[in-house]
Design a protein. Sequence first.
Length: 551
Amino acid sequence: MAHHDLRTRFPEANLKLDHHQLLIIEKYSKRKSFKSGETMIEAGARDPNFYVIKSGEVEVIEYSSGNPRSIWRSYPQELLGDASFLSGSASHLSRVAIGDVEVFEIPPENLRRIIDDQPKLGNIILSTLIMRIQIMRDLKLTPLQVIGSRFSADAFRIRDFLGKNRVSFAWLDLEGNLDTDELLKRIGVREADTPVVVCRHDWTLRNPGNRELAEKLGIFTAPKEELYDLAIVGAGPAGLTAAVYSSSEGLRTIVLERTASGGQAGTSSRIENYPGFPTGVSGDELAARITLQAQKFGAEISSPCEVRKLEVINGYPVIHLEDGAKVFSKCLLVASGASYRRLEVNNCTQFEGVGLYYAATAIEAQMCSGSDVIVVGGANSAGQAAIFLAQHTRKVHLLIRGSDLAKNMSRYLARRIEQTENIEVLTNTEISGMAGVGHLDRVEIRNNRSDTAQWVPTTAVFTFIGAVPHTDWLPEGIELDQNGFVKTGQTVANSPSWSMNRPPFLLETSHPGVFAAGDVRSGSIKRVASAVGEGAMAVALVHEYFNYQGM
């Protein structure tokens, strides 16, 4: 698609600033010049500065086909950049000067000052960046290719990681693509080396780990060696909301997330009961918007970043990371969430990523298109998954242990499932066996009333049962309930670990200054809206803690 076509199709992405707005930009920037043909920003580079064109024209180049292709041309008074300028990650696009070009160069701290001090101009900038994110995703403009087998757990892990981090990529399936042999020869890779991630002619990674891949793509930001006001473990709705409120109120904030912003909610195909979105919103879109909001206020988000343990030194939380680094903070918010429980089937772990899944996103839907799939669970997450998968598969079998679909599921979801022709609800039914060579190809389902069983052919099982909190990194001094969720407020007032001469704040754990919010908290309501509310409330309580401590 030519650049003039894109400009016509997405006019909101190329708004021109007026004379008054350019005068504001000039106050926060310095001028920089480029010669004709000079690469102003190289694809893959991490340039944190933001640009507005003063004079000249700039060509925007993408590499999704492996060769450079012009997709956009930017003109005077227009913004030059995308959301990578706020997040600090690498951009997938190059910018080249067409003729001599002069720009206003704005460092990241000044960009945030513009957004804070000049809300009208800040909204134009943010709206433009959001639209450009959407263009990149809709048109799949990416130089990345993932090559591997649909039956490889590592290939699924890589695709899942990229998808959750909103990194566009092209997927080449060894089983379904006739051109992969030639491509592998061209890049010097054997089939045994797959999965591989290829970026243009620049680099090839053989079965990279998530951290290695994130660093190569420029989406990993390492924590700084300094004292933060608030460290947040977990970037689900509670953690991200806390980051928005904390950073917007001037607290030095870092969010540590093991996989990707959004948490469990980020994998939801559509959330229809979240206030303010009458037509629904995908968990991915909601997470992306809150993440951008937190970053615009200066919150640091480090992902993938695995937390190994927590200790408290001289009253300050110290977080130990997998790579040996430490994060020091005055306060800590535990927002590490929970995961769906594994099936109680002996060999289920061997099919994880090759037939057994814990989320239903576009990645999984692509893998089982046109086939029969099984969804296990009777709550809203299972219902949303069943409806989403029904649009991509031949048939969805929804298994629930009880006899009433509406017992644990919102009525609107239950009603929609009943009206969807290719969803079959099997009540009083559980999975009792799984089989396949290298990947899942059939499961045994058992009726728990009649105690009869049958084998059903399927290549994909999606399970949404129970919740296992991510609390194994917490020390013994932080009290958990019998199911492993973090206790807070009055429930820890008599804890032997509680050392203050005041009652604990509502979301405070048994250790002063350590708070918990969202799904990981004992007694929390497992809904996105309530997690958002707890994240905001936690920051208010952090301020109270600082006031009490005289900080």
